[in-house]
Design a protein around this ligand. Structure first.
Ligand SMILES: [Zn+2]
Ligand SMILES: [Zn+2]
Length: 716
């Protein structure tokens, strides 16, 4: 820290503000130029306005009408320590005393002071009122930052609770976290909220925001906080706080009459919340446990700008049109039945798509050095104890019992692959050894969280495991990334986001192993020419990973692929190989999936293509329609020719109007509809309609066959 000695200074009578730029203030009061930023005069001024005793002295002097310039006695200014603040652009600013984030923002500019929603002090997100007391790196967080948006959404949840409490005073508040694109808040209330309630609540939120009430923080000892919330009838809050360790203080945030338990941070005032909308209500159990009370959950969305809010709402409308659940029904692909919540009943057409994806991925295994295996669904509890699942994940596993032995349906395929690996002695010459499985997994997800075929209880992964040495990780990761890019491109996704999650605090394995593994993951992305982000500390306890997220046609992101380095499971299940030195070694295990859950991936595909799947994946690729009975045989012949070519063909010989038949087949979003009448029959031709009502006119059957074969080959 830079040390400064303050010797009294020159100030004027206009001392009143702390929130506007100290630089401007300094100039106004002292005439010093900005280059003399660290001049003693400014330090003096700053210290005076910050120090309460000195401040009252000034007020007194000002009241007494002293002139614009005077000297304060030295006694007011003891020796103290300068605070040095490093801004994101590496520039440094010094302050003679502890300074709030808001003051730092103000010292940079009035625009920034106004835009400040919070700050980041040495990487920690804080309120603008946070007092920086030592040398720190400080960034001002505004709505333009991801953290700023987070603050807006988090604070909007409080605003929602504030509005609900005003309109429904007997409501009890519980929790209100930030979620993707917005927030929710769970309330305990005697009845569900209605759409009319939502309108009223949103209106009240807007009114409270318009009042621009400051959001203030206070800290209470835990027990005092429990007593406080009990006294005001907020039993859920009291229960939450009671579960915090007894010696910890808890922070409360107040806006107007509403005060909530919260770690914070928050926007400085309600006026910062402008662009939000309440979306829907749903039931949710207290603490997610179905034995508990059903709470009323209100979902909302909040954004930094009006445009972003509008874009989001437009995207939702579009997403609604593409909803795979709706299209799955319209196109007769699958259904979900209450006899088996979260598990998919695939209809013939949907199963055709499923197999299309599976067969494609099987070829990916085959062409890239994977051996396909198949492990059992049901595995003894003792295995899951060894892997740690029985201890940590048991609630999410379906279990059963036979002959006094407990079993679980596998929630993942990895242990099965290790058991296969362990059969027979493996040598270093066998590595890297790659197993791939279409592994069917079951996870006991709460029914409330299920969503069509995207979030299910049973799914199949293109789950591969690579057993290798540490030295082989890099090449395996490079090859995997290249492969993944090709697969995604084949399915029509070009936009991939890459993220490397590195070592968390709690982890196993030596630092050297982590160094090597992280290096390999990062280098593999560099070698593949990818831009990527690093998420420090977000790796699993057993190893770092890369996450591959694809962006769909309407901008939504779906994390599908992953490759994870695992130092743990081979150890837990005692997998080993004989090294070149003749000794036994542990292999490293790489877990990898490209599409992830096939069910979810097909859901994504349906929504990406709005049900109009590319020709190579479409459940039916072409329909052949005759105009009258006299072309029935010719139509049969056309269909047969195309089927022999390996295409999936519908033949519609119904005695219906051709316009009716065309409309019906078009609704099924087929790539091609062929119409044959007398003219086509005479010429050995077909009239071709491509998807989207595009009339390609008449062409010879041979020409069409070539055209569609090209589509399939090019995966369009
Ligand atoms: Zn909060
Ligand atoms: Zn695995």
């Amino acid at each position: 820290m830079a040390r400064g000695l303050l010797l009294g200074g020159v100030i004027g009578t206009g001392v009143k503000i702390r929130r506007s730029s100290p630089q401007q203030e300094r100039e106004r009061h002292t005439g010093y130029d900005t280059a003399n930023y660290n001049g003693n005069a400014f330090k003096a001024y700053w210290a005076v306005v910050r120090a309460p005793s000195a401040l009252s002295a000034i007020k007194f002097i000002v009241k007494r009408g002293f002139g614009p310039r005077f000297f304060l006695p030295d006694a007011l200014f003891p020796t103290f320590t300068m605070i040095q603040i490093t801004l994101p652009d590496s520039s440094k600013r010094e302050y003679p005393q502890a300074v709030t984030v808001a003051e730092v923002a103000a010292s940079i500019g009035t625009g920034l002071a106004k835009a400040a929603l919070g700050g980041k002090v040495d990487g920690k997100l804080v309120d603008t009122s946070y007092l920086v007391e030592k040398d720190s790196a400080v960034a001002i967080v505004t709505a333009k930052d991801a953290e700023g948006l987070e603050l807006i959404r988090h604070s909007a949840a409080h605003l929602l609770a504030y509005a609900v409490k005003e309109l429904f005073p007997e409501v009890q508040v519980t929790i209100g976290p930030v979620i993707e694109n917005g927030f929710f808040y769970d309330f305990s209330y005697k009845r569900p909220f209605t759409p009319e309630d939502l309108v009223a609540i949103e209106k009240r939120m807007a009114a409270l925001a318009a009042k621009d009430e400051p959001v203030t923080r206070r800290v209470l000892p835990r027990d005092e906080a429990v007593a406080h919330f009990k006294a005001i009838g907020e039993n859920y809050k009291a229960e939450i706080i009671a579960s915090i360790p007894v010696n910890e203080d808890v922070s409360l945030y107040r806006e107007g009459a509403f005060e909530d338990l919260c770690r914070g941070p928050h926007v400085p005032s309600t006026g910062k919340l402008k662009f939000f909308k309440l979306m829907k209500v749903a039931g949710a159990y207290w603490r997610g446990d179905h034995r508990n009370e059903m709470l009323q959950r209100i979902y909302g969305t909040a954004w930094a700008t009006k445009d972003e809010l509008q874009q989001y709402l437009t995207m939702l409308e579009e997403a609604d049109k593409r909803d795979h659940r709706k299209l799955g029904k319209e196109l007769d692909l699958f259904h979900i039945d209450d006899h088996s919540p979260g598990l998919v009943f695939w209809h013939p057409k949907g199963w055709t798509v499923w197999q299309g994806v599976e067969q494609y991925m099987r070829k990916v295994y085959r062409d890239n050095g994977y051996q396909e295996v198949k492990g059992p669904q049901l595995l003894d509890k003792t295995l899951w104890e060894k892997t740690g699942h029985w201890d940590k994940y048991r609630d999410n596993m379906f279990t059963t019992e036979s002959e006094k032995r407990d079993f679980a349906l596998k929630p993942m395929n990895c242990p099965g692959h290790i058991l296969i690996f362990k059969q027979g002695i493996k040598s270093y010459r066998d590595l890297p050894l790659r197993y791939g499985e279409f592994g069917q997994c079951h996870r006991n997800e709460p029914t409330g969280g299920l969503h069509g075929i995207m979030r299910v209880r049973g799914f199949t992964q293109d789950d591969g495991h690579i057993f290798c040495t540490e030295a082989q990780i890099l090449k395996e990761c490079v090859d995997y990334t290249t492969l993944l890019q090709k697969v995604y491109a084949d399915f029509g996704f070009k936009n991939i986001i890459y993220k490397v999650a590195t070592r968390p605090e709690a982890r196993i394995g030596s630092d050297e192993s982590w160094d090597r593994a992280e290096h390999a993951l990062i280098e593999s992305l560099r070698a593949s020419g990818c831009e990527f982000e690093i998420s420090p500390g977000e790796g699993a306890f057993y190893g770092p990973k890369i996450e591959y997220t694809l962006k769909d046609a309407i901008g939504r992101q779906w994390q599908c692929g992953t490759i994870q380095v695992d130092f743990s499971m081979p150890e837990r299940l005692d997998a080993e190989y004989v090294g070149e030195d003749g000794a036994r070694h542990r292999p490293v295990m790489l877990h990898r999936a490209i599409v992830g859950s096939l069910e979810r991936f097909i859901g994504i595909l349906i929504e990406e293509h709005a049900g109009a799947l590319p020709t190579w994946l479409a459940p039916a690729q072409v329909s052949v329609l005759n105009i009258t009975d006299s072309q029935a045989d010719y139509a049969r012949g056309v269909a047969k020719t195309l089927q022999n070519q390996g295409l999936r063909v519908n033949l519609d010989l119904r005695n219906e109007k051709i316009t009716y038949k065309i409309r019906e087949h078009a609704l099924q979003k087929l790539p091609y509809i062929l119409v044959v009448g007398d003219k086509e029959m005479a010429a050995g031709a077909v009239s071709v309609r491509a998807r989207g009502n595009k009339d390609l006119g008449a062409m010879s059957l041979e020409a069409f066959a070539q055209q569609i074969a090209l589509d399939v080959a090019q995966k369009v």
